[in-house]
Ligand binder design. Sequence first.
Ligand SMILES: [Zn+2]
Length: 491
Amino acid sequence: MKMQSLGAACTVTGSMHLLTLDAAAGGTRQLLIDCGLFQGGEELEARNREPFPFDPRDLDAVILTHAHLDHVGRLPILIKQGFRGPVYCTAPTAALAETVLLDSARLQVEGYRQDVRRARRQGREDEVPPPLYEEEDVHRTVALLRPQLEFGETLRVADISITPQRAGHILGSAYLLIESAQGRLIMSGDLGNRESGLQLDFTPPPEADAVVIETTYANRTHRVWADTLTEFRDALRESVRLGGKILIPSFAIERAQTILYTLKELMDSGEVPRIPVFLDSPMAARATHEYFEFGDELIPPVRQALQNGEDPFRPSTLHVVPTAAESQRINRYDGPAIILAGNGMMTGGRIQHHLKHHLWKPSTSLVIVSYQSPSSLGGRIVAGTDSVRIMGEDVAVRAKVHTIGGFSAHADQDDLLAFLSTAGKPHVWLVHGEVEVMEAFVPVLEQEGMKGDIVPDRETVDLTGPGFPQGRPPGLPTPEGRDTQRSAGGE
Ligand SMILES: [Zn+2]
């Protein structure tokens, strides 16, 4: 059972794993698990333009674990290069993937146009690479999605059995049990935080020979959920007292819906005053529609609300802001209001003009509910800088900044160990994490009686073979020699 990781190996972004299995009738079968985009800086993003080290036409199938861009974002490139399907996923993943990929195509094209304008002034417009893909390519991709994965139901791809189970990370997220004559393998995808808002817990996995597991937060423990809610409530109350705008930068999938659901709860119970809430992200609005449509997949209070004919994601004061012009108009609205906008790290999107208009006012509150990479605009604000450059202007940071850390949709160390506890004593292969985080997790696994190995970038490993000494592949860069900045793709 061979695997070559072409993303999310020694990093948290660009998830893509090529599995090669022997077929019963001779020859091999190839499955691609996820096909994600690299995000978070030029060096990583350049990898999106690297050719695939396999012929896309040779794949038997692609299987998506969930719809985050760092798990689906290179799919249109695969299709441009000759892959003709099928792409298996759950129904919610198919719905969300369309939204995610259309947004990605739009950003690709906008970025390209901006680069061309800049390059033209230097007479170098011919050197600008074309967008990775455009809307047309996304439509061709969506046509190949087969939303046939159902939790607990086995799908056959030739002589391989694939059984998806609930991963509890975002709507529709699955991990996969892959069974063939060579053994039983679990591909974790991204696993959920058992303490977080909307998702049911992951289903305990069955015994397996090997587990390929994400390790985004394998070195830490999240705050207790009840404490996170209290912290969020107190930040909102204090912000309302200041009387200005309350800016909440948010990722469009899962985080935005968790915040909307929590705001509704806090306002309905009278714990936070009913001030206007502006949802200023078309992508989050579309994703919220899917959360409503597939609400049966979520925690019991959400299902109950839906059965009662309510919308659990709609605080009574919610305004969904469709156009950019209307987004500008919010700034003329007087009095306290909550503005929920993307993107989550404030590096682009509508949150930027809200920051420009309000960050310099002492009455403004900035409530941070998402991870901020140190190099991002949000990261610099969290670090305490007193001025930032936004849309070509220097803006003073006088707003009150609240950082709420407990909203993560990823498993922490306790969650990961709980997940592995029912899998027998499998050989554990570590992906989707920074090297230092994985190095800290290997001895923890050993204490639990499991062999842990870090999956090397782009090299083929034998998942049921002996692995590496001390869990560390030869040639792994030393801590001094690598860029340890976490990238944006870790959602
Ligand atoms: Zn994810």
